[in-house]
Design a binder for this molecule. Structure first.
Ligand code: AMP
Length: 289
């Protein structure tokens, strides 16, 4: 029996508890889906949950603000936490169970093992946020081992993260299929993100520059520009024209290796990270000649 769409998911906070639920579902021959999140859920997250509910018979959503993926100067303490609201949102999307562990449950005393992914984890976010992907890979591998899903869902919004997880799963022979869903955007194009809650109304307006700049690149490529140095210069100047913005990076890279490319003569990933008065936002888009 699959949980009806209106039913509130079962919430468990212990590894043993979620293992029991998943094991029971598995014994019944159900396909298990996992959607890892840090909560403060929005339509982007919910699109992954709906996709999981469609493809699987038992959908687990994890809600855990993983401390090990935040740098010492980052926003771990301020990161929005809204479990009650999250559970209400999940009730309509077909989530069967929510795993919301404590830090002690995930990193008990004596914890000493880390997953370090090379190559694809090194540029872009890896460079700006040292240790970030080590924390991400470690917690995601733990979640995959705890829930043992058939399929796990990630968003293209965090393109590099999805690539890092795919690399890890392939390299460590983790028996799970990784699926990636498109970025869900606000009507004005801003990629949905839990961090958008930090933005003042004025900064929220400024934040539309990320998507506007990516769209400008797409238009230039469509009209024949292939030189990524010129495209990047234009993209940078568009962003810098908005007061209060700082660029962490603007990159034109190979979608598989994340290495820089000179020409858009095949699909290229345009990735950017921009700070708007203290709030760090990322976005990306694939462009093709
Ligand atoms: P987070 O809670 O930010 O760790 O995100 C949890 C998952 O949701 C990750 O796989 C993200 O890539 C995905 N996600 C976040 N924002 C979006 C979005 N706007 N569209 C699609 N997926 C998203």
């Amino acid at each position: 029996m699959t949980t009806s769409e209106e039913e509130t998911p079962q919430v468990v906070s212990t590894v043993a508890g979620i293992r029991d639920l998943a094991a029971a579902a598995r014994r019944e021959g159900r396909r298990i889906g996992l959607v890892p999140t840090m909560g403060a859920l929005h339509e982007g997250h919910l699109s992954l949950v709906r996709a999981a509910h469609q493809a699987c018979d038992y959908t687990v959503v994890s809600i855990y603000v993983n401390p090990t993926q935040f740098g010492p100067q980052e926003d771990f303490a301020q990161y929005p936490r809204s479990l009650t609201q999250d559970l209400a949102l999940l009730a309509d999307c077909g989530a069967d169970a929510v795993f919301a562990p404590t830090n002690e449950e995930m990193y008990p005393h004596g914890f000493a093992t880390w997953v370090e992914v090379g190559s694809v984890a090194e540029p872009l976010e890896g460079k700006c946020r040292p240790g970030h992907f080590r924390g991400v890979a470690t917690v995601v591998l733990k979640l995959l081992n705890i829930v043992q899903p058939d399929i796990a869902w990630f968003g293209q919004k965090d393109y590099q993260q999805a690539l890092v997880i795919q690399r890890m799963v392939a390299d460590l022979n983790v028996p799970v299929e990784i699926r990636i869903c498109p970025t869900v955007r606000e009507p004005d194009g801003l990629a949905m993100s839990s961090r958008n809650r930090y933005l003042s109304p004025e900064c929220r307006q400024k934040a539309t520059i990320l998507w506007r700049a990516l769209c400008a690149v797409k238009e230039q490529v469509a009209s024949g520009q292939t030189d990524t140095a010129l495209l990047a210069a234009h993209l940078r100047s568009m962003i810098m024209a908005v007061p209060g913005t700082t660029i962490d990076y603007v990159a034109f890279v190979d979608p598989q290796t994340l290495q820089p490319v000179r020409r858009v003569d095949r699909p290229v990933l345009v990735a950017l990270a921009v700070r708007i008065e203290g709030t760090r936002l990322i976005d990306n888009e694939l462009v093709s000649p």
